[in-house]
Ligand binder design. Sequence first.
Ligand SMILES: [Zn+2]
Length: 343
Amino acid sequence: MIIDCHGHFTTVPGYFRDYRKAQIADFEAGKTSGFSTAPKISDDDLREGLEANQIRLQKERGIDMTLFSPIAGLMGHHHGNEAMSQHWSRTSNDVIHRVSTLYPDRFAPVCQLPQSPGASPRGCIEELERCVNDLGFVACNLNPDPSDGHWTDPPMTDEHWYPLYEKLVELDVPAMIHVSGSCNPNFHGTGAHYINGDTTVFMQLLLSDLFKTFPTLRMVIPHGGGAVPYHWGRYRGLAQDLGRPPLAEALMQNVFFDTCVYHQPGVNLLTEVIPVKNVMFGSEMVGAVRSIDPETGHAFDDTKRYVEALDISDADRHAIFEGNVRRVYPRLDARLKALEPAQ
Ligand SMILES: [Zn+2]
């Protein structure tokens, strides 16, 4: 089975995006509570966006299942206040729940969290519990920078985040560390802010004993782990120079990387440097890079090809495509087992 650990519902109808734009405009005009309900997306509109895009590509590329979350760039945690973020997260997660109900054998739901700059992550717990306990979500996306480009909240290893981590551990769901858009013009969203976020959080983890406090907490660092695998010697060396334990011991029971680096040499390097048990197949399609690579004639984000071309054992390839993600996301594993026909 081929499981893509990283997909977003980037093909929502335009009127859903327009609703969010209007919500932000209303807030800026002074409406700070009593937010209006989003227009209901018809089943036909949901199907149309998915079948022409994500499902078509799943079939063309041979991907069986995608972990599916709201559009990362649209989380926009810096907009409005915490109440608006609560409202928008609930709205967005409900759409993902409908997708995973319409296509249970194609999409497993992953939620966004109602974060807000300066607000305690404790405020995310109710929505996380609703998604996981009531709606069958298997994981969440966690934004390390709710200010969307200005990094005004404490590092992810600060006790500020602990109430949420306690709940993640209790529910046994991993968090994908995933920024939203960037409202800082220095940082392009998918080209810089994403990679900065991934790299920044890994370095925070290196400096802390977070996983001593939460030994079963699991974090997925997407986009191939940002700059980390390429600079693996730097991080190993920094750990050593700073008197930190070796990375393999301190972090690699808890931290996982996907394969969203969009070229063969990058995936080769990722799997040469990072233990296979820490790598999970991901494509983030349809998303960050949508075009065809003129050097190969294939889509940049057709990352399955790169994993297939790796010179690794069948067992390792199986781990990257299926085994690791089922281990890291036990609620996905349970969901897949429930889908299997009764023996
Ligand atoms: Zn993403």
